[in-house]
Design a protein around this ligand. Structure first.
Ligand code: FAQ
Length: 321
């Protein structure tokens, strides 16, 4: 190794040691701070996939806005879906602070280079699905996001604080839909139970593979991008959901679900990992439709982006003049 290269790698090692010291000290890393290239890339990956999930996640619920059973439910659902768009925007902005453009991020979604949460590749078949999505999907998202409020990257952590407040409202509105159905007639109770039967296992998959199979967890935990592991968060979600289900008379579709006195947690059955990997590889019920729909909406919105650019250029020209 030449002396110059040796000096460079020494400098790099010192910078990395200082970076890790800051992380260990619970200091937030900000956009202009030095960071290892792999930290930057890993964050772009996670934050952008998180953003894509929020935006693609509007589709299953968007499907029910025109069929909501009352004006009140419709207004609430509209507000919720709009919130998800807002979450996507905060998250894209946070990713952009790492030096990547919105166009590159969207392109990665369209080409399949970037993933989004597997759950949104399942269809929403009945009104009760709006309840199950709010209760379980937003519920799982909150468990994960509360933990991410303490993530090491400043813009991501701060975005999470606001997102979590809104997700709490989302979760409650979903639970309220199911509660109302469970107080209804036999058909309504069946509809609620059917939705929970279909969404329970995919919700558990939202936390990702087991820790032992999680490719990114080790490094992400050292850098405190992730503060709790996939399995820890999944367990937390199971524990909180059992009592909530019981309170309104729903049954979680897992015969192995039982309280384990020794562990102080609920034991639960094994997830169908073949299904999980098949869905994230692009073969879920709705993968193709979801991306095609996003592409279409993006293309139809091209004129808005062009108008914004034209306006910005005009303002810049006026400033220079
Ligand atoms: N779906 O090594 P790990 C919401 C991928 S927001 C698809 O464990 P990591 C709001 C993973 O990306 C929901 N892919 O990965 C809402 C990686 O692939 P890659 C979204 C998954 O990053 C509600 C590979 O598997 N929340 O729902 C999934 O350490 C209602 C290996 O996995 C977030 O994104 C999955 N479930 O841990 C909106 C939270 N799991 O990238 C509308 C932020 C894993 O190498 C309606 N993200 N993969 O190609 C995280 O906390 C983490 O990224 C995990 C995965 C925990 C999701």
């Amino acid at each position: 190794m030449s002396t110059m290269n040796l000096n460079r790698s020494q400098d790099e090692a010192e910078l990395e040691a200082e970076f890790q010291r800051r992380i260990d000290n619970e200091e937030k890393i900000e956009p202009k701070d030095w960071m290892p290239e792999a930290y930057r890339k890993n964050l772009i990956r996670q934050i952008s996939q998180h953003a894509h999930s929020e935006v693609i996640g509007m589709q299953p619920e968007g499907n029910w806005i025109t069929r909501a059973p009352s004006l009140h439910r419709k207004a609430v659902l509209l507000a919720k879906v709009q919130d998800e768009a807002g979450h996507g925007l905060y998250l894209y902005s946070a990713a952009e602070t790492l030096g990547i453009s919105r166009e590159e991020l969207i392109d990665a979604l369209h080409t399949g280079a970037a993933k989004y949460a597997s759950i949104f590749n399942y269809p929403s078949l009945s009104w009760a699905d709006m309840g199950a999505i709010g209760w379980l999907v937003d519920g799982a998202a909150i468990v994960n996001q509360v933990s991410l409020q303490r993530t090491s990257y400043g813009p991501y952590a701060r975005g999470m604080v606001r997102i979590c407040k809104e997700e709490s409202f989302h979760q409650r509105q979903g639970y309220h839909i199911l509660m109302t159905l469970m107080e209804g007639d036999e058909r309504q109770r069946k509809m609620a139970q059917d939705a929970v039967n279909r969404f329970w296992w995919p919700s558990l998959m939202m936390f990702g593979p087991h820790d032992s199979d999680s490719e990114h967890s080790g490094q992400s935990m050292t850098w405190k991008i992730k503060r709790q592991s996939n399995d820890e968060l999944r367990q937390k979600f199971v524990d909180q959901s059992v009592e909530q289900a019981e309170a309104i008379g729903l049954t979680l579709p897992d015969p192995d679900l039982r309280w384990n006195e020794e562990r102080g947690h609920y034991d639960f059955g094994e997830i169908d990992w073949d299904e999980f990997y098949s869905v994230i590889a692009g073969n879920g019920h709705c993968n193709r439709d979801r991306v095609a729909h996003h592409r279409r909406a993006h293309d139809e919105g091209a004129w808005v982006r062009e108008a914004l650019d034209a306006y910005e250029n005009k303002r810049a020209a006026a400033r220079t003049a």
